[in-house]
Design a protein around this ligand. Structure first.
Ligand code: TSJ
Length: 652
């Protein structure tokens, strides 16, 4: 049946060799992020078919063998022979390298940085990949595999050209299933949480798309673990979702959409009584975490429209100064979604939009559409609510500015006393130094004894530091525990944050594995999230994982960090093993604490990262805000406390 592929055709695949040779150039990393990246390449193609109006739903399945598949009900990947290349459209899609490699700046429509590098990259980095296309009543199939050719592993080789299977069908669409290559990736285990979060985001960004996720590795009832997302309100629902745990200043989010100069835009926003600004922007469904020209355009237009409105309704008089954009954006939750071609991504993480045309187009669109919106009498109450909030923010800003000058002078003296609680390390190189923030004085004492004094410093926390989520910055700064922490770190907070002044390049939160411990951890993470976000973004924050059990038999001693590891150790030790459960850090002696939790050679640390800014924002507000019922629900749903904090950790 399947004809073997002749050596001559392998020339076509030189592009794919490059991908296997330097995967990082195409997918960033070969870690867990890269693994999911090759799934996104496939998912993005299916979503495109939906957003172009040819499909309605997408199904993502994680199979028991560890492979993943993506199915849509679209037109089906073209099967006809490509006139220049002489092979089927399917074969072209999976063997021709798209533009979009890191150093490639060519003009593929949806490319930019590492995004949109195409399905051929997934193929190149898979052990095997199978495609089924349903079109015009027929079923087509093609398979690819990696295998050794002349002593060298080649990726994405066709096993045979596209065939008609002979089956008939009344369904239409494409299915792609692939097995990530263990020779490439550090891990090939797909993570349900990572996938569900991205699919949810895609469902918000693509109104009405039905996206289903099934995890066949986990049986539930007589089916499998699964989730389905579909939002008829699109980004309006996204804004409502983020604001769910907050008090909003008006009932419905404002929504505008339009297109100009080939750039289309959707914007939804709603204000809450919070003090922070939350703008989530996307370009071609890709989060632009570092912002860029589209955000600049939006902010400029929004500020202009609000100041115009303020003058029209008389809230600002002729002699008054305009308010600043910051004032109108206090408490703002906004989602800005832009679609355009020839995207240029810039910035450290290539998540900043660089195209100047986007600033012009978005500024123009928002100016026009938003002033039209506020011109309607029924929307005046929304405008007035925003103005009221903005006026108050401006007042506080002015008061804070005056306050700042006084506190700046005072701080120099304060810091001197505050760091008294800190047990510093003797080494003077911040990049080698570690700060352990430890819950409680007694564990703090043990930690001080246990540490490697040349590079490990210890800061014990006595009471509970306060919840930064519910406070304005002046109240946060009034808390002694927090002030001690800030002065120990040395890098300042908020707008003044400067990572160059950081005294410790690992900041390790060490708390007990109980409810109190998790609460302290969540409070500290919330504080970092709100006031030192770059500390997290730069990967400086870690969670220390003290072991939960000690297993002993004769002179063999081992520590287990979770129940699975305990079960495994028990089996290995066999009869006569003694298990001790640690209830807290305080139960460990100096040597045990060093061996299990502090010694870089033996400890387990979890690095705190934010890979989905909107979801992190939502969770911080749910977990640390005022909506008691929502928080209760969330905690019950996520009873595994290791997941209750809002940040995704990766084992280190
Ligand atoms: F990327 C991919 F190949 F892996 C992939 C593509 C994976 C999955 C799950 C779906 C798809 C895909 C591609 N779904 N739908 C399409 N559509 C097309 O490629 C297509 C179909 C028809 C026409 C046409 O002009 O008639 C054009 C295109 C691009």
């Amino acid at each position: 049946m399947a004809e073997t592929y002749s050596a001559g055709n392998i020339r076509v695949l030189e592009g794919l060799d490059a991908v296997r040779l330097r995967p990082g150039m195409y997918i960033g990393t070969t870690g867990v992020k890269g693994l999911h990246h090759i799934l996104w390449e496939i998912v993005d193609n299916a979503i495109d078919e939906v957003s172009n109006g040819f499909a309605t739903s997408v199904l993502v399945t994680i199979h028991r063998d560890g492979s993943a598949s993506v199915e849509d009900d679209g037109r089906g990947i073209p099967v006809d022979i490509h006139p220049q290349l002489g092979v089927s459209g399917v074969e072209v899609v999976f063997t021709q390298l798209h533009a979009g490699g890191k150093f490639d700046t060519s003009n593929y429509a949806h490319s930019g940085g590492l995004h949109g590098v195409g399905a051929s990259v997934t193929n190149a980095l898979s052990e095997w990949l199978r495609v089924e296309v349903r079109r015009d009543g027929k079923v087509y199939r093609m398979e690819f595999e990696s295998k050794e050719v002349n002593g060298e592993v080649k990726g994405g080789l066709p096993k045979y050209h596209l065939i008609e299977t002979g089956e008939t069908t009344d369904r239409h669409g494409s299915t792609v299933r692939f097995m990530p290559d263990k020779r490439i990736f550090e891990t090939v285990v797909f993570q349900f949480d990572v996938i569900s979060r991205r699919l949810k985001e895609l469902a918000f960004l693509n109104k009405g798309v039905r996206i289903k996720l099934v995890d066949e590795r986990v049986a539930v009832g007589d089916g499998y673990r699964s989730l389905e997302y579909c939002y008829d309100g699109g980004i309006i629902d996204f804004v409502k979702y983020i604001n769910e745990a907050r008090s909003t200043l008006y009932d419905e989010p404002v929504m505008i959409k339009g297109a100009r100069d080939g750039i289309s835009m959707e914007l939804a926003f709603q204000h809450t009584d919070a003090y922070t600004e939350n703008l989530f922007s996307y370009v071609n469904n890709i989060p632009t975490t570092e912002g860029g020209t589209h955000e600049t355009g939006f902010k400029a237009a929004y500020t202009k429209v609000m100041n115009d409105f303020a003058r029209r309704v008389g809230m600002l008089k002729e002699k008054d100064q305009n308010l600043l954009g910051d004032d109108y954006r206090e408490g703002l939750t906004a989602v800005l979604s832009v679609q355009m071609t020839n995207v240029q991504f810039e910035g450290q993480t290539k998540t900043k939009l660089g195209n100047p045309a986007a600033r012009v187009a978005i500024d123009g669109l928002v100016s026009q559409l938003l002033s039209e919106y506020f011109a309607l009498p029924e929307n005046e109450n929304v405008g007035e609510a925003i103005l009221k909030k903005g006026m108050l923010a401006a007042k506080v800003r002015e008061a804070a500015r005056k306050e700042k000058e006084i506190t700046r002078a005072k701080n120099a003296i304060d810091n001197f006393n505050l760091v008294g609680k800190l047990t510093p390390c003797t080494g003077k190189k911040p990049e080698n130094n570690e700060l352990f923030i430890v819950e409680g004085d007694s564990a703090g004492g043990t930690c001080k004894q246990a540490r490697a004094r040349s590079y490990q410093a210890v800061l014990p926390l006595r009471g509970k530091p306060l919840n930064a989520e519910k406070k304005r910055i002046d109240q946060v700064l009034a808390n002694e525990e927090i002030r001690t922490l800030i002065s120990a770190l040395g890098s300042g907070i908020g707008e003044d944050f400067n990572i160059d002044n950081l005294n410790y390049h690992k900041v390790v939160i060490l708390s007990d594995a109980d409810v109190d411990g998790y609460h302290i951890r969540a409070i500290l993470l919330t504080f970092f999230f709100r006031y030192m976000k770059d500390l997290i973004n730069e990967g400086k924050v870690y969670i220390g994982l003290p072991p939960l059990y000690k297993i002993e038999k004769g002179n063999q001693v081992e520590y287990a960090y979770d129940d699975a590891a305990l079960a495994e150790a028990k089996t290995r030790f066999g009869k006569g093993a003694i298990v001790q459960r640690y209830k807290g850090l305080g139960e460990m002696d100096t040597e045990q604490l060093w061996e299990t939790t502090m010694d870089p050679e033996r400890r387990a640390l979890m690095q705190v990262t934010i890979d989905d800014a909107a979801e992190a924002e939502k969770l911080v507000s749910v977990l640390m805000g005022d909506a008691v019922e929502l928080r209760r629900e969330y905690i019950i749903e996520n009873a595994d406390f290791n997941k209750v904090d809002e940040f995704k950790g990766s084992e280190k």
